[in-house]
Design a protein around this ligand. Sequence first.
Ligand code: DLL
Length: 433
Amino acid sequence: MIFNEAVECAGKENLKNIQSERLAKLVKYVYKHSPIYKQKIDALGINPESIKSIDDIIKLPFTPKEDLRDYYPFGLFSADIKNVAEIHVSSGTTGNPTVVGYTKKDLDLWSEVSARCIACAGANKGDMIQVAYGYGLFTGGLGLHYGALHLGLTVLPMSSGQSKRQIKLMQDFKPRILACTPSYGLYLAEEMREMNLDPKTSKWEIGIFGAEPWSESIRKNIENSLNISATDIYGLSEIIGPGVAQECTYKEGLHIWSDVFYPEIIDPDTNLPVPEGQQGELVITTLTKEAIPLLRYRTRDIASLTYETCKCGRTMPRISKIRGRTDDMIVVRGINVFPTQVEHALLQIDGTLPNYLIIVDRQNGTMDTVEIWVEVDEKIFSDEMNAMSELKNKIKRVIETTLGIGTTIKLVEPKTIARSEGKSKRVIDRRSL
Ligand code: DLL
């Protein structure tokens, strides 16, 4: 079902007019209410009144993630904190956490975009959704919760964790939709096997998986094991949380709600726009937010963008699956490596499980080494040495062809690598320790 057909299927001219009007208003708003944006806009010598069309967006300053950290906690807010209804915080690995706020109107926007996503994934009014993203300061749980209520679903607010209980309530209540990270989805399937249940008998029909990168191969794995249609949801707290973009049932890219979150793809080195369809860094402007609107926010996520109308009828542009992050990329001996490449390589090989860990180290202060731990299924692990070493060589070959660097492969027993109920950690970089 299409939640907001008038907007999601709007004519392109009409959409452009809406975006232009909103951008013009936004620039005046941040100029007036945010001393930081005033300073940035003045520094570029821009008169806010001169921003009239969405095409003018390229004149505007970028907002890097550091701005949120540097002006911690509320420095980048355009609204008075007294008018902020809710706050979320995401913990970074270094420095201050990232703090975001929502006015009542921003919360309505969140409900709207999240409802669009859930409907886009294939849900209908009256369905039950099991929300197994974390509730609390993380935006995952509450974001899906607000959207589900707005769409008219019955919400089972499980949060993440307590996997046996998740499975028991799934069996008893039969929710049609499961929302969690893809790695937690895989873990729930594993847990069902552990409980001597066939994951294929799960009652979930639709999965809304996101918050971390996942490949097409992981999709197949989840769909086959849980007998579910696995769709991708994208979002980030700085922009709103989950609800920025979502795959429809055709799964040919994620519809980004560009009437409110205007996307651009730029070359992260030159900061210039790349042609349609080409990969680069996703940059998003929040066109209507009040508490902490952002101009040209550098997401650091790598994707491409298409404006072609989708088979589902939505005219909203689509981003590709996120290929990785500019800051997730590890550079080993001058070569760029993304964890998703390893995942993709592994999933072509029978006998390996989609659980892996990349450990990067530096020997003698100069030579970078990459060790990849790969879980193999029980049957192979207990097999004779021959089969193991054959598999190991095969993995080494496939990975080295994909990445273009030498690696050491270590085969480990199932469940050796720590599982995550939220976002999974795939890389340990000891070079920076
Ligand atoms: O992860 C919001 C969210 C919650 C999205 C639930 C989807 C579902 P943050 O904690 O701020 O917010 O992390 C945002 O996670 O910049 C991406 O790098 C990554 N990410 C989010 N969704 C996807 C996805 C939430 N579908 C960061 N594919 C983003 C790949 C994703 N990466």
